[in-house]
Ligand binder design. Sequence first.
Ligand code: ATP
Length: 352
Amino acid sequence: MSGLIIEGVTKKFGSVTAVEDVNLHFKTGEMVCFLGPSGCGKTTLLRMIAGLEEPTTGSISFEGRDLTRVPVHQRDIGMVFQSFALFPHLSVGENITYAMRIRGHSRSEREDRARELLDMMHLPGVADRRIGQLSGGQRQRVAIARALALNPQVFLLDEPMSALDANLREAMQIELRKLQQELGITTVVVTHDQTEAMTMADEIVVMGRAKVLQTGTPMDIYKKPVDKFVAGFIGTSNLLPARMSAENAVRVGDAELRVESGAAGQPTGTDVLLMTRPEEVFVRPAASNPPANAVAGTVSFVRDIGATIEILVDCNGHEVISVLTPKDWPDVRIGDAVTVEMPVGACTVLAA
Ligand code: ATP
């Protein structure tokens, strides 16, 4: 089978299970982000794809070739480490073509390739510089160029943006994604930054405590998180305690709201959480005729940041945030009684 396949992979370090029974299948040419909090096993999983760690059980294959016991240097993989791990005593060009030298490529071949990669990374003319003479952003480009020098089939990056300042980080996310699409190279990036994952990934793998919690496109995961943890990890979510009152309805305090039929497979009477996203709920002044699918509350804060306005509403002790554009401003102030309309399509039921 084509693509990158991870089957039943578990990794134990003594009594610590770093990765537990992971099964994943990515298409050739895809960009995948492993996303999750510190210590959830992202790096260990990436290092097993690279061949820097061996799975305790399970297998990893690429384009039908079983890589599980193949040593690093025979895997056709390029890797960028969090620290970049560049050699300070070598020039930029020598760093980039280090693996080519080991493999016996001639000096002229190496110089041509270094020039080509530096042009691709928008860093022309620095081949003779030392690593210490480069900025953090330039070092990252050199580390990427080095990883790509041998035209690998799989490109792996461990927290590649963490050494860059915020502005540069955003620009590099876009640049890296464009580069990956141009090259059409199967790529896996480890990150704990949801915006980074949303910006770059075809597919996001959300991990928590050594396990895969959810896999899907950024939009799938944003729209239909499987649980409270994933909902909180990707974007901002409003969570209201609720109880299933019918197959397609929940009760929140006094209000009854329709949800998509069979939303979470939860039986009637079960305590659940009603999740909505701030841009999908609408605050209106309380009226004698409240809209259907709405909960009542009181405005507790208004944050106007120009392009958007956030209205925080206290609904029975639980905060709901609504984000809207200035043209949709409902003219409400702190302390006003309001209703928050939650259209059926915006309502997701999660296990409590
Ligand atoms: P971070 O974002 O902080 O790098 P991570 O999600 O990448 O975290 P891992 O580095 O994969 O997580 O670590 C997963 C778990 O395995 C952690 O509990 C970690 O302490 C443990 N671990 C990782 N490598 C080793 C090792 N070589 N020996 C022992 N334990 C390890």
